[in-house]
Design a protein around this ligand. Structure first.
Ligand code: ATP
Ligand code: MG
Length: 389
């Protein structure tokens, strides 16, 4: 019997010894979460692969492929068929039928992978037999082993799988397999991309957003929630904390040199985020900084801002150009929301000529006289709003 199946290939987790079972289990769960609303499926484990089969009825690849391929940890998928008819004659017939359905190319080759070593023919013998059969039964077709238009893959496992097409997926590691981090998310273009990139590497992410009502509005906050909702479609849930920074910001405005205000504000953000991360047993912070993009992202400024944290701060965009970040934001679907024009608390009260090379020692010295910062931070954390998206 043959049936259409989606063959799912996953990546690096295959190399990670002990945790492998756990990661595969997590992948299966995530796949289920993403596809169960579109039909009734089995997700079956095969060595190094997952196979999605329909529980009756046909399988709609157009619907399933994008849903599966956006899952972190998946290298790509192959729409194909599964057959239990293992003898070489029936395999040849099934392969020919499937091949014809895909549209006949000018040239082809057959590549076989034989995981079942008990199978009576070697991989090369299987390829030669099936290739010969296809060649004999289709007019005007040639074998080209170097640069074929179509390659037919035959995988001999518990069952036999046949496919011609590999559709590239998201890559990365299964979500939650690389520890936890708290991401500083503004409503801008950058921080959602930074958050997504770390999630792609298996980090379980949650967000903290600082706002300063009434200087920043309700719509700015809604925008951040919308962005986090988009991220949650990749991660299967997202926790956002909204932290009020108005009092702290007004205090800084009164007490620090105006051209260095952003540096002090960012330091307060990092301190607050680190405290939240410790409370939640997270291992790192994430920001959307990109080296040199604005005054507070020169290495000197990053140095002065970073000095208040002991936790590692991931800045996955540091080596990316703005256009590359924009392209990524479009690809993951956050761009259109990010460009809605609402104020961020970093852009209110900013100086016309902000300091681009703040000295950490100078900043430390000024700050040592500001004895209310810790109090403001504590109150902001006590009062923060937590939203599950
Ligand atoms: P983004 O596009 O992410 O807003 P940006 O290019 O506007 O970044 P900055 O405003 O300097 O740059 O912010 C740098 C980083 O600081 C942001 O990527 C984000 O991680 C963090 N950040 C800035 N504003 C906020 C905020 N209101 N709440 C939480 N994090 C913030
Ligand atoms: Mg911003």
């Amino acid at each position: 019997m043959e049936e259409r199946v989606l063959i799912v290939k996953y990546g690096e987790i295959a190399m990670r010894g002990n945790n492998r079972q756990l990661f595969v289990k997590r992948l299966v769960e995530t796949i289920r979460k993403n596809i169960d609303q579109y039909g009734s499926f089995y997700v079956v484990r095969e060595q190094g692969r997952l196979i999605i089969e329909s529980r009756g009825g046909d399988i709609n690849f157009d619907v399933l492929v994008p849903k599966v391929n956006k899952i972190f940890g998946i290298l790509g998928v192959c729409p194909g068929i599964k057959t239990d008819n293992r003898d070489i004659d029936s395999l040849s017939r099934v392969a020919l039928k499937f091949f014809k359905e895909q549209g006949i190319p000018k040239t082809f080759k057959v590549v076989t992978k034989r995981s079942d070593k008990k199978y009576p023919l070697t991989s090369n013998e299987i390829s030669a037999a099936i290739g010969g059969f296809i060649f004999d039964n289709i007019e005007c077709i040639d074998v080209d082993v170097h640069n074929p238009e179509t390659t037919i893959f035959i995988e001999i496992r518990n069952a036999v799988y046949i496919y011609t097409n590999f559709i590239k997926g998201c890559g990365g590691l299964p979500y939650g397999s690389s520890g936890k981090a708290v991401s500083l998310i503004s409503g801008g273009i950058d921080s959602p991309v930074a958050t997504w990139l770390m999630a792609k590497r298996g980090v379980e992410v949650s967000g903290v957003y600082f706002h300063s009502p009434p200087y920043t509005g309700e719509r700015a906050k809604e925008k951040v929630k919308d962005i986090c909702k988009i991220i949650s479609s990749y991660t299967g849930g997202f926790k956002l904390r909204v932290v009020g920074f108005t009092d702290l910001q007004l205090y800084l405005l009164e007490n620090v040199p105006h051209d260095k205000l952003t540096v002090f504000l960012k330091r307060a953000m990092m301190r607050t985020a680190e405290k939240i991360a410790v409370m939640e047993y997270s291992d790192a912070l994430i920001t959307g900084d990109s080296a040199g993009q604005v005054a507070s992202q020169t290495l000197q400024a990053i140095n002065a801002i970073n000095a208040v944290c002991t936790m590692p701060v991931m800045r996955p965009l540091c080596g990316m150009d703005k256009q590359e970040i924009v392209d990524k934001a479009r690809e993951i679907g956050t761009f259109e929301t990010s460009i809605l024009p609402y104020e961020d608390c970093c852009t209110i009260f900013v100086d016309k000529h902000p300091e681009t090379r703040p000295k950490t020692s100078v900043i430390n010295k000024i700050e040592s006289k500001l004895d209310k910062i810790d109090e403001f931070i504590k109150k902001a954390i006590d009062d923060m709003e937590v939203i599950d998206l």
